[in-house]
Design a protein around this ligand. Structure first.
Ligand SMILES: *[C@@H]1O[C@H](CO)[C@@H](O)[C@H](O)[C@H]1NC(C)=O
Ligand SMILES: CC(=O)N[C@H]1CO[C@H](CO)[C@@H](O)[C@@H]1O
Length: 245
């Protein structure tokens, strides 16, 4: 069995989800069996492994950024004033740290710790779209490919002289890679049935890779032995012909 990623990293890294304080490995709680108050207002009531008293407030993008700035400032002030010596459900002092997040598309959010009542109040604010309970995240496990090709070894070890390729056991499961190239030899055993050719722009050419380059690239991405992400779904988009033109 592969060791848990958390076990490997426990001494090196604190698992620090959005809004959580650095500390020892967390006890996992579920939103369902903590207070029903929390599941009444969070957007993810069935979440597993929630971080008690830790919330992500997501704003309604229809408001201007100035309006949202003002709303966030008032939340920040309340958090900092109201709960200076407040303890959370686990008895730990709540942090007064409030963090802002934004994305280029206008998405705005605030991450903070709060007692559940105030988080419920925030959820009612005009400019707030929803409040999400923060969750601990964790990769499931690590897998090591022994005697791996040197390129793969080097992307998983900082130091030279290793011979294994170590990767998360999800290995790209659920991800689709589009390979815009010479096509893909879908029947190759390295692809284990995960490859399809979805589009062929070369008039009069067969729906396969007549050059080899697209299959080579696909193998690097997702081949069973030589691939980085061994469970990825590969889709060939053929735009180059047999001579690679
Ligand atoms: C965002 O605000 C608009 C009004 O400005 C409202 O109609 C809409 O329902 C809100 N959306 C969310 C997700 O809160
Ligand atoms: C919202 C909330 O519960 N705020 C509390 C923060 O802590 C102070 C001091 O314990 C309480 O009086 C507030 O009610």
């Amino acid at each position: 069995m592969a060791p848990k990623f958390s076990a490997l990293l426990a001494g090196l890294l604190s698992l620090a989800p959005l809004g959580a304080l650095a500390g020892p490995l967390p006890n996992f709680h579920s939103a369902v069996d903590s207070t029903s108050k929390v599941s009444a207002f969070v957007s993810n009531p069935n979440a597993k492994n929630i971080v008690p008293n830790s919330y992500i407030v997501v704003y309604n993008g229809t408001f201007t950024s100035d309006d949202i700035d003002a709303q966030e400032a008032s939340i920040r002030t309340s958090i900092q004033k109201r709960n200076l010596s407040k303890r959370g459900t686990s008895g730990r002092l709540l942090s007064t740290r409030v963090r802002s997040f934004s994305m280029a598309n206008g998405w705005r959010a605030t991450a903070m710790e709060s007692d559940d009542d105030f988080a419920a109040e925030i959820n009612q604010m005009d400019m707030v779209s929803y409040v999400e309970a923060n969750q601990y995240v964790q990769v499931s496990a690590l897998v090591a490919q022994a005697n791996a090709p040197p390129g793969l070894v080097r992307i998983s070890h900082a130091d030279v002289g290793e011979d294994s390729y170590v990767f998360d056991d999800s290995a790209g499961e659920g991800i689709t890679a589009y390979v815009v190239d010479t096509g893909i030899l879908t029947t190759h055993e390295e692809f284990q049935g995960r490859a399809t050719l979805a589009f062929n722009a070369i008039e009069g050419s067969a729906d396969t890779d007549e050059n080899g380059h697209g299959s080579h690239v696909s193998g690097t991405i997702g081949g069973a032995t030589f691939g980085v992400a061994k469970n990825v779904k590969l889709i060939g988009v053929k735009v180059l012909d047999a001579s690679g033109e």
